[in-house]
Design a protein around this ligand. Sequence first.
Ligand code: MG
Length: 388
Amino acid sequence: MSGCVALIVAAGRGLRAGGKLPKQYRTLAGEPILRRTVQAFCRHARISQVRVVIHGDDRPLYEAATAGLDVLAPVEGGATRQESVRRGLESLAELAPQHVLIHDGARPFTTPAVIDRVLDGLSLAPGVIAALPVTDTIKRAGRGEALIQETVERRDLWRAQTPQAFRFAEILAAHRTATSAADLTDDAAVATQAGLKVMMVPGGEENVKITTEDDLQRAIRTLDAELELRVGQGVDVHRFGPGEAVQLCGVRIPHGQGLEGHSDADVGLHAATDAILGALGAGDIGHHFPPSDPRWRGADSALFLRHAARLVTEAGGRVVHVDITLICEAPRIGPHREAMVRRLAEILGLAPSACSVKATTTERLGFTGRGEGMAAQAVATIRVPARP
Ligand code: MG
């Protein structure tokens, strides 16, 4: 007998939020929504185990989303939410937990305090749900119409959220006898239909269910507010040598000379890579890709830049913007600038408006002025979780 198991329901198709993926698998600040949801329960000291109910088609998505997390093997859901929950509960019967906490996979912002309040309530009632009193004035319209029929008394109205916690044996019995004719959209409805008393405790305004594209965008803004904004800079220099083209910001430009270097000697992408690594506090390009390593001989520098951006994603952040200045007398950059911006945007997965390439000469002064080599400077802006 284990104490309290969390059952996360993530079997819905949920394509309403747009995009090709069910919403629980879409990404928020570099992490699938479902991973964030599951972690909230895995990290809670009073939850002994976590199981997710998934759609059969989503198994690879699920495996990727929960990689490395300590969860029970998933079970496949049914055609309706109610059926999915029932299958999830049946699968837990052999564990015979005392309590079960049922939660929506697309509700990733549940706080430990909400989980505590719901669990605390179980000493007073066999069922407890997170809910919030309705504060907007509620109108009833005719079916499919926008004309108001009446104003509904809101004093006794609440908005039900999840988690919803129950004594396990009682909610399992309620689901086994529930009529599937009625469309019961939460487990409190299944419980009360079976005659169980269900109590409400305060949920949280932040504990939203991500349903529409608007919800998703709002969630991204919520998370962004929790991420700190950082700026990094990078500088690179390469010497001109024999050759017939230079590689700059991922674009090959015919030129009377080439640039010398171990890789493709793309000063623009090297400076941008160092700027991102700098913002992340993750060393420099030479640390990640030592010039002594034969693997990087002649390498496409897009690989270095992509690696730096991936480190940001793995830290739970994202690259926001990159600005590169190329410093040389020749070749002329202007005719290639747009292609460079497009390539940069493609490598980083950013909008072209978030990528900038500029050029300057040094008025024939210094090594760039004498045409001995090229230099580049870059600035990168990233958002990452603030960590002590
Ligand atoms: Mg370099």
